[in-house]
Design a protein around this ligand. Sequence first.
Ligand SMILES: Nc1ncnc2c1ncn2[C@@H]1O[C@H](COP(=O)(O)OP(=O)(O)OP(=O)(O)O)[C@@H](O)[C@H]1O
Length: 236
Amino acid sequence: MTETTTGATGALLSATALRKTYGATAALDGADFQIRAGEIVAVMGPSGSGKSTLLHCLAGIVPPDEGQVHYQGRELSGLSDAERSALRRGAFGFVFQFGQLVPELSCVENVALPLRLTGVDRKTAEGRAAEWLERLEVADVARKRPGQVSGGQGQRVAIARALVATPRVIFADEPTGALDSLNGERVMELLTAAARDTGAAVVLVTHETRVAAYSDRDVVVRDGKARDVAGMAGVA
Ligand SMILES: Nc1ncnc2c1ncn2[C@@H]1O[C@H](COP(=O)(O)OP(=O)(O)OP(=O)(O)O)[C@@H](O)[C@H]1O
């Protein structure tokens, strides 16, 4: 497993006192969050409570108005745009509810994309992508376009794409939100098994307790404030 630098609290990724306002709406109002290497944390809470905004701030997609996010002890706002993009490409993987696949590319090309963007040649990238599709039980859709596959198959392709570059953190925002319960359960099993095997941490935004059951720990977001339900027990 890759050696992992963590902050003083033992967290791989942490956020302190995040505030983010959209007009008159305080999407985040003093949110704290921590996740350790290899840990799966569910971020729960009612609709509009700030879960997605927290995920976007943690991933460096949205800059908070106040507060800090540290990854491996480095503050994200201290990085240049290029460094933040490189971090998102190399160390982070993303799975969203809808539409994250590029419609013009085949499924195997979609999965290979994160590797191609880091300079891996096409043959190697597509070979690794094909292995991940196999592992996610969707090898048969490799040459199809996203528009030609089912929602469950598309989500498995998206998970393969999130994992192909062996990220240290996977950000999953309602990854089963568009799926029926059987498909949702299988997608969660495959996602969490793959994360455990590769040692990736998972920030899992969901409002479903059935999905949160796959996590090690729950964090509840309410009115833009995050509360760690059980605490980070055992953090050095
Ligand atoms: N880009 C934006 N522009 C304006 N308001 C936004 C934006 N993003 C989020 N908000 C507002 O911030 C608040 C928190 O939104 P957020 O999407 O983080 O909540 P959530 O808990 O993920 O909700 P849901 O479960 O419904 O997806 C909401 O009131 C939302 O309308």
